[in-house]
Design a protein around this ligand. Structure first.
Ligand code: FAD
Length: 457
């Protein structure tokens, strides 16, 4: 092997890359951490800062009984085993220790921010007090005093392949050599060309779709590793949030007081169901879309919390200029939005009777969310899963974060972690906080293993 400039090069300084850098340097490696953006953080810094963990000291202090076995069983079941069990097992074994590691570095996870995230039953969502920005800042702060060179404004263009192994990276035409490379360049949310290929559920939303993560996450890591022979796994995975397209801001919360009907005019879900499940269920409905229906009494009473765009005055604006459609009768509304009129009328009549009785006999939504639909005018707006939050199609890795080729062989010198990898993200976003978990947990594994390979061969 030619002389190396560094022991380990890490591509991308988000949650995965920062965690990898800390572990690699703690294992004795000289590390170069390369970041395309103006500063470290990536989507991690923009995130809600929820970490999905089991068997943590905070859970114990709060009297929550939990362990890795229970977390593993839950995640595998909810995802119908359509994920890599070895990755999930590693995640679950390391989520508790990684939580303690972050706390040790200085991330503040207050007791009041321990909650049941997603569709979970146990309080495993640990939200950092300062959200994702705090996690990124603390991890970046931990680089001080460690042997890590951080190069920002620097985009890695390709991997350097020599003698059949990954021997470094190419930046601006220059080769930088290392004993091992960790790809931690995040997802491909910012690259619409890759949506078409790897995330058709997002691509088919066309111009309605938009992305809320870091701009620099264009899937570079996926493409450079693929050029070197890496395999991809988890086609069409990711998290799409529901939206009526009112505005290009984060509208992950739809109000629970509307009803959702499909093109047939029928309800198909308890409208207060978690967004992680709602988008998946919606994909089974005609055209992968539905319509939120409500009446004038509900509109006039609508509050800005939890969905600011669904406040009374905003809804009046959207009804005047679109996209909300307004009509004097339900049958007329149905005609105008493309829903079967007679069925919508029956649906609204039965739901209104249920609302007055205080019991949803069809989908068992909590009584507090039930509003009759009987006061004209009536309103309807199309809802689609079109906000790309994160992508889950990515490099196939093993539980040691070694990147695999199409014959499942390790690619010498190459590791990957975080959103750039596939195999961990399933069809259901089973636990809110599992993406940051995926980044930080496997980032640590990748950093330690890359250092070991670089230093010991
Ligand atoms: C608004 C929002 C809220 C979220 N909330 C949560 C939450 O609460 N909990 C949760 O678990 N998940 C959440 N997620 C998802 C989660 O934040 C990400 O999946 C996770 O942080 C990804 O970490 P990462 O290190 O893999 O990638 P990132 O943090 O995105 O880091 C990747 C880095 O690589 C850099 N990069 C890309 N290409 C190159 C290149 N060629 N050369 C050099 N550098 C490059 C990028 O600039 C970026 O800094 C949220 C996402 C968003 C957008």
């Amino acid at each position: 092997m030619a002389d190396t400039d560094f022991d380990v090069i890490i591509v991308g300084a988000g949650g995965a890359g920062l965690a990898a850098a800390i572990e690699a340097t703690d294992a004795g490696a000289r590390v170069l951490l390369i970041e395309a953006g103006a500063k470290a953080g990536g989507s991690t810094a923009l995130s809600g800062g929820v970490f999905w963990g089991a068997g943590t000291s905070l859970q114990r202090a709060e009297g929550v009984e939990d362990d890795a076995d229970s977390q593993f069983g839950y995640y595998m079941t909810v995802n119908q085993y359509k994920v890599d069990p070895a990755l999930v097992r590693r995640y679950c074994d390391l989520s508790g220790p990684t939580f303690e590691w972050m706390v040790g570095l200085g991330v503040n996870f207050p007791a009041e921010n321990l909650y049941v995230s997603g569709v979970d039953k146990i309080r495993r969502g640990h939200r950092a007090k300062g959200h994702g920005a705090e996690i990124a800042e603390v991890l970046e702060g931990a680089l001080a005093g460690r042997s890590v060179d951080l190069a920002t404004h620097t985009r890695v263009q390709d991997l350097l392949i020599e003698d059949g192994r990954v021997a470094g990276v190419r930046v601006g035409g220059e080769a930088i050599r290392a004993g091992a490379v960790v790809i931690a360049s995040g997802g491909f949310g910012s690259n619409r060309r890759l949506w078409a290929e790897l995330y058709p559920s997002a691509a088919k939303q066309g111009e309605l779709a938009w992305y809320i993560g870091a701009d620099e996450c264009r899937g570079d890591g996926l493409e450079m590793a693929q050029r070197a022979g890496a395999d991809l796994v988890g086609h069409d995975r990711g998290l799409l949030l529901m939206t009526p397209g009112f505005a290009h801001d984060v509208e992950s919360y739809l109000p629970p007081w509307v009803i959702h009907v499909n093109h047939e005019g029928r309800r198909f879900i308890d409208e207060s169901t978690e967004y992680s499940v709602l988008s998946e269920v919606l994909s089974t409905q005609t055209a992968g879309e539905c319509f939120a229906i409500f009446d004038e009494a509900a509109r006039a009473d609508a509050k800005a919390h939890p969905a600011p765009n669904w406040a009374a005055d905003r809804l009046a604006e959207f009804a005047a200029k679109g996209p909300v459609v307004k009509a004097d009768t339900l049958a007329d509304l149905a005609e105008r939005i493309g829903v079967r009129p007679a069925t919508l009328v029956t649906t609204a009549e039965r739901y209104s009777a249920d609302a007055r009785a205080g019991q949803d006999s069809a989908y068992f939504k909590a009584p507090a969310h039930l509003r009759p639909i009987e006061t004209p005018p009536f309103y309807g707006v199309r809802i689609r899963p079109a906000i790309v939050c994160w992508t889950g199609t990515g490099l196939r890795i093993d539980a040691e974060t070694r990147v695999l080729d199409q014959a499942d062989r390790w690619m010498p010198g190459l590791f990957a972690a975080g959103e750039t990898t596939g195999g961990f993200a399933g069809p259901c976003y089973a636990g809110g906080g599992a993406s940051i978990g995926n980044a930080v947990i496997f980032g640590r594994v990748a950093g330690a293993n890359a250092a070991r390979m670089a230093l010991k061969g």
